[in-house]
Structures are given as structure tokens and as C-alpha cells.
Design a protein around this ligand. Structure first.
Ligand SMILES: Nc1nc2c(ncn2[C@@H]2O[C@H](COP(=O)(O)OP(=O)(O)O)[C@@H](O)[C@H]2O)c(=O)[nH]1
Ligand SMILES: [Mg+2]
Length: 358
């Protein structure tokens, strides 16, 4: 049987999807433009816009300097700017928008906190959004529960839906439930809005950009199991237009350490509980995002289905060990080369070579 060392064939890895949602006028399109570098007009309504950005990773920068590959590939996030319908419904989310946000892996709710006399305050927007997601989920959970009972589904499945129903009736999100109680290992892919990780972005005026989240809002976010982030979209838009050389002084003036883009992307990545493993070589240095807890065989499948099907072993060197040793050879000499089987739990920063035969 031929034995080939891993070569890069085809990308079957997935790109993570983050949807920007919220009231019309909350600043979604402005945030979207600064994240993606695109220039979508900031008019109300309209179509969904998509933009893809690289996930910055200094480890990939360092590996790329060492291998000088033909190609360097970072993990990617696709942002979707989902328009709310101005004044159409109480929360600003139409049926159409609700449908569009079901397609996202992470939801990012943009709350308007820059001065504006006509819109509700940020906490009211948060509550309206949360309530609408809870109601939409509850309607589906009740239907699925009825059907599960009628069709005499497994008691485990019925119990999982009962639990979701109780949780939603208590106005709590499904994402707050422990994975084991929902038996997620058996029922993957519940399509519920409150099961999506939620990142709440407080879009503030320039003068308040460096202040932390208000304590009451932070406490409420903890209750609904959401992450929070403060930025000023207009400041970020200005930074994006600025000569990079002028950025540090501008940021320092406002009391900011870095543009919000990096923080935003890291938070979204963390919410999905993603880690990266790397493949290295003269052709390509590449980051592969996987869920924490992914085993070697499934991780190999991200690179190519053949690598999963014909998986033999994974050669593993941890990023830190590799950098400390300076080369693959030196890392091996130092005893930091491991040969792992299909059930090996891939760790963040593992450099993998998959041995396979098909
Ligand atoms: N002063 C100020 N205006 C903003 C800020 N973010 C957005 N805007 C303005 O608010 C309006 C609505 O923003 P937009 O991004 O289109 O909101 P969307 O409807 O949620 O996509 C636009 O005129 C923006 O220029 C901000 O941080 N500060
Ligand atoms: Mg918009």
C-alpha cells in the first residue's frame, strides 16, 4: 500500500460565520465596513452583505518567516451585515432577518449607545432582541416536543426538548445549558437562535470609547450568557481610513490600546471554542480552525477527506516546542516529536503532519 506524507490537496475546512444584527441605525454597516475593509453604504434596509477577514495569528506570521512558503493561509471569518427593518417591528428584526440569522454561527448584536433621541436605549434593545429570539425558539421547541412525543421518540430526546422548553419559558437562552444535559453528542445542530453564541457590541460615541461596559449591562450579559465588547464605530471607521503611521498617536489620544478589529475577531473565535492547528512546509503554512476537543482523525478530515479516510498516524510537534528548538529536526532531537493515533486530542498550536494511505 502506498504511503504518502501529507500533501495539501483541497480545502474542506469551514469558514466561521458571524452575523451582525440589531436595530436599523445601530451601526451594523459601519462596524461591518471597519471589520472587512469594505465600503457598503450606510443606508437603512437593503440586502445582506458578506465580507471575509483573516484571523490574525502571530504564530502563523512566525512560521511563515521560518518556512518562507509559497502561500500563507490564515483562518478566516465571514461577517454578514444583516439589515434590521427600521420601525417595521418592535425589535427591528423582521421575519426575513430572523431567517437570515439562523444561518450564522455567532450572533453579534450591535447596540446603539451614541447619542440619539429617537431610538430606545441599549438595554431596551438588548431585551427586545433577547425576547424575540426566545419566542422564536420556543415556538419551534414546542412543535418539536409535540412531534417527539407523538412519534414516541427516545426519552432522552423528549427530556432534552422539555428542558429547552422550561429554559426558554424562564427567558433563559439554550446556550446556557450544559452540553451533557442536552445530549449534544447525539443531537448535533439544533437550529435555535438562543443556542448561538452571542456577542453584544456597545457602539459608543468617541468620548466614551475607552470606558468599560456599564456594570448593569455587564451583569445582564452574564445572565443571558453573552460576551460584551465596547467600541466606537465612527472611531474605528476613522482608524481604517488613516495612515497606519498615525494610528498609535490617535489611539493613545482616545485611551485605546488597539483598533477594535483584533479584539472583535479574537472574541468571536473564542466564543465558538475554536483552536487552531497548523500545517507547515515549503508550499504552504496554514492555520486550520477546529473545535476544541477534536480528535486527530477528524482534524485530518478538515484538510482533506482522504486524510481522514486513510488516516494512519499524526506526527505532532507543539508550536512552542518547535519555536524553542528552531526546526523540526531540532524539535525531534529534543524529544518533542510525537506520533499520535486517531483518537489523539489535537491541542491549540499543534503542528501536524498526517500520515495516510488510500
Ligand atoms: N456619531 C456616531 N455615528 C455613528 C456611529 N456608528 C454609526 N453611526 C452613524 O449612524 C448611522 C447608521 O449607521 P449604520 O452603520 O448604517 O447602521 P445600521 O443601520 O445598523 O447598519 C450612520 O449615519 C452612521 O454614520 C458612531 O459610533 N458614532
Ligand atoms: Mg446597515
Amino acid at each position: 500500500m502506498p504511503r504518502r506524507r501529507h500533501c495539501l490537496l483541497r480545502n474542506t475546512g469551514t469558514i466561521m460565520k458571524v452575523g451582525l444584527v440589531g436595530f436599523a441605525g445601530s451601526g451594523k454597516t459601519t462596524v461591518f465596513n471597519t471589520l472587512t475593509g469594505l465600503t457598503v453604504p450606510t443606508t437603512y434596509g437593503g440586502e445582506v452583505h458578506l465580507g471575509t477577514v483573516k484571523v490574525p495569528d502571530p504564530r502563523i506570521d512566525a512560521l511563515s518567516r521560518i518556512f518562507s512558503p509559497k502561500k500563507t493561509t490564515y483562518a478566516e471569518i465571514t461577517f454578514a451585515d444583516i439589515p434590521g427593518e427600521h420601525g417595521a417591528e418592535k425589535s427591528g428584526l423582521s421575519k426575513k432577518a430572523l431567517q437570515q440569522i439562523r444561518d450564522q454561527e455567532v450572533l453579534c448584536l450591535v447596540l446603539r449607545a451614541f447619542p440619539n433621541p429617537t431610538e430606545p436605549d441599549p438595554s431596551a434593545e438588548l431585551e427586545a432582541f433577547h425576547a424575540e429570539c426566545v419566542l422564536a425558539d420556543l415556538a419551534i421547541v414546542e412543535k418539536r416536543l409535540d412531534r417527539a412525543k407523538k412519534e414516541k421518540a427516545s426519552p432522552i430526546e423528549v427530556a432534552a426538548f422539555e428542558l429547552m422548553k422550561q429554559t426558554l419559558e424562564a427567558e433563559r437562552p439554550i446556550r446556557a445549558l450544559p452540553a451533557s444535559e442536552l445530549h449534544r453528542e447525539q443531537f448535533s445542530g439544533y437550529q435555535f437562535l438562543t443556542d448561538r453564541p452571542l456577542l453584544v457590541v456597545l457602539n459608543r460615541s468617541e468620548s466614551e470609547a475607552a470606558l468599560p461596559l456599564p456594570p448593569a449591562l455587564a451583569a445582564r450579559l452574564a445572565e443571558v450568557d453573552a460576551a460584551g465588547l465596547v467600541l466606537s464605530a465612527s472611531v474605528e471607521a476613522e482608524i481604517a481610513r488613516m495612515d497606519p503611521a498615525d494610528q498609535p498617536a490617535f489611539l493613545a489620544d482616545l485611551g485605546l490600546e488597539e483598533p477594535a478589529v483584533g479584539r472583535f475577531i479574537r472574541t468571536a473565535y473564542g466564543l465558538l471554542d475554536l483552536i487552531s492547528f497548523f500545517t507547515v512546509g515549503a508550499d504552504e503554512v496554514r492555520a486550520w480552525p477546529i473545535k476544541r476537543g477534536t480528535r486527530a482523525k477528524a482534524a485530518a478530515g478538515k484538510i482533506h477527506s482522504d486524510l481522514e479516510r486513510g488516516f494512519i498516524r499524526a506526527e505532532v510537534i507543539g508550536y512552542q516546542h518547535f519555536m524553542a528548538a528552531g526546526s523540526e529536526h531540532a524539535a525531534k532531537e529534543a524529544g518533542h516529536f510525537k506520533l499520535e493515533g486517531k483518537d489523539y486530542l489535537v491541542a491549540d498550536g499543534d503542528i501536524l503532519h498526517v500520515r495516510f494511505a488510500v
